[in-house]
Design a protein around this ligand. Structure first.
Ligand code: ACO
Length: 429
């Protein structure tokens, strides 16, 4: 097999090196094409563009495979927890006992945020979306570590990584508490990551919060399933911002903003709002499917479709099983789960969805579990951000540890006016 591609432009041939990944995926390297030929490549939405080599996560969208550092997510969801999976993503291997203990201690020990920061929360209106609060608070963390912001200095990075992981859950819980008008609950060092978060969310000073192991397991599973997804929109944002040598907090804050959009992480909130609308207005599932197929309706079936998966999203499979289990164990009968199942069945039998290979994605069922856990709808995307954080950090660290350190800077084909005169004001139409 040839290890070179070739492109012929205006009768001239240009050789393009072929790169092969460890799972035999292939790419042609076009990085010298413009220099040699004057041509760039155009790829709207980057659907066919590889921006980097990465050893973190492997996805086979046709087969519905997702592995972190080689380990299938189904296995991690069953056997691991979020802290261990974060370590795996960021440092490349599962931690041994001592490493895991040290990492857990770091995450518990650094959970508090500066008292000055707690005052920031008072400045936001109670109607503030928690993603707005989260992104600005994470960026604000830069102000507290001016001595440790150099992305090229490993001791700086090692200082910040556990702190960011530990503090983001505290910021997330505080944004909820402030919106509710309740006092913040300080973290406890003797609690694990998920128990700490649940206590900070739902505890009050009036009574001790009872930790439910079922909820802790469900939260661990959800966070693991969201922990990385290679070069998605928010991760690519973190990498692009990071490529300018912006600090870790600034890069992650940008990723949070990218995640907020309804075509990305914001979809989990949209799914539940869609299911609520169907329930409230008693809209038949058939009608929803009709609207989703009608390009003029402006409506899409939220939680369906994925750029990479053209088969079942493996995360959606795991979440569906857990949502059934969790709701049954908690004795909850959520009508939204029934609507979701009915919608899924109808869509999967419809030719429009079949032809376009549109399947439920991770967000289709995650909102149902979050609801069962008592997490309000506008916090769903914050939960996604908490889960995705180790993935963002892993990619940011990988980018800085290898490569040529070039700033990310796509090209364009200009389609505007060619040179024209400046028209004085009194001659303008
Ligand atoms: N409902 C109805 N039609 C859809 C849907 C949907 N959810 N998703 C895609 N389509 C149709 C498109 O209209 C298009 O049809 P066409 O070929 O006739 O023009 C075709 O399927 C391909 O869709 P694209 O938008 O080109 O696919 P793309 O890969 O760009 O987008 C995306 C993927 C954004 C996820 C899209 O499927 C979507 O909008 N889904 C709903 C939002 C959602 O659930 N987002 C969460 C994604 S997962 C995540 O971020 C965790």
């Amino acid at each position: 097999m040839s290890d070179q591609g070739e492109i012929i432009l205006e009768g001239k041939s240009y050789k393009l090196p072929v790169i092969e990944g460890s799972e035999k995926e292939k790419a042609v390297d076009i990085s010298k094409l413009r220099q040699d030929s004057g041509y760039i490549t155009i790829d709207s939405g980057y659907g066919n563009t590889g921006a980097c080599k990465s050893a973190i996560t492997f996805i086979d969208g046709d087969k519905g495979i997702l592995r972190y550092r080689g380990i299938p997510i189904e296995v991690l969801a069953e056997k691991s927890d979020f802290v261990e999976t974060s370590y795996l993503l960021m440092y490349g291997n599962l931690p041994n006992r001592a490493q895991r203990e040290e990492f857990r201690n770091q995450l518990s020990g650094h959970s508090m945020i500066h008292e000055g920061m707690i005052k920031f929360f008072d400045g936001y209106p109670t109607t503030a979306h928690p993603m707005a609060t989260l992104s600005s608070m994470v960026c604000s963390l830069s102000a507290y570590y001016p001595e440790h912001l150099d992305p090229k200095d490993k001791t700086h990075v090692n200082h910040l990584v556990p702190r960011l992981l530990a503090k983001m859950k505290t910021i997330a819980a505080y944004s909820y508490k402030k919106a509710k008008g309740q006092p913040v609950i300080y973290p406890k060092t003797d609690l694990d990551y998920c128990s700490n978060f649940l206590r900070m969310m739902f505890g009050t000073p009036a009574e001790e919060y009872k930790i439910d192991p079922l909820m802790v397991k469900a939260l661990n599973v959800l966070l693991i399933l969201h922990a990385d997804h290679e070069q998605n929109c928010s991760t690519s944002t973190v990498r692009l911002v990071g490529s300018s040598d912006a600090n870790l907090f600034a890069s992650v804050a940008a990723g949070i903003c990218a995640l907020w959009g309804p075509k990305h992480g914001g979809a989990n909130q949209e799914v539940v709002e869609m299911l609520q609308l169907i329930e409230r207005e008693k809209i038949p599932v058939k009608e929803i499917i009709r609207r989703a197929k009608d390009k003029n309706s402006g409506f899409r079936l939220m939680g369906f479709g994925h750029r990479v998966y053209k088969n079942f999203d493996p995360r959606a499979r795991v979440i569906k099983v857990y949502s059934d289990k969790l709701l049954a164990n908690m004795g909850i009968k959520d009508p939204l789960l029934d609507i979701a199942k009915e919608l899924e069945e109808a869509a999967l039998q419809d030719d429009f969805f079949k032809e376009r290979k549109l399947y439920p994605n991770v967000d289709f069922y995650s909102g149902v579990i979050y609801r069962a856990m008592g997490i309000p709808t506008d916090m769903f995307t914050v939960m996604f951000a908490l889960g995705r954080l180790p993935g963002w950090i892993a990619h940011w660290m990988e980018m800085h540890s290898e490569g040529d350190g070039r700033i990310g800077r796509p090209r364009q084909i200009y389609s505007g006016e060619t040179e024209r005169p400046y028209v004085p004001m009194d001659q303008r139409k």
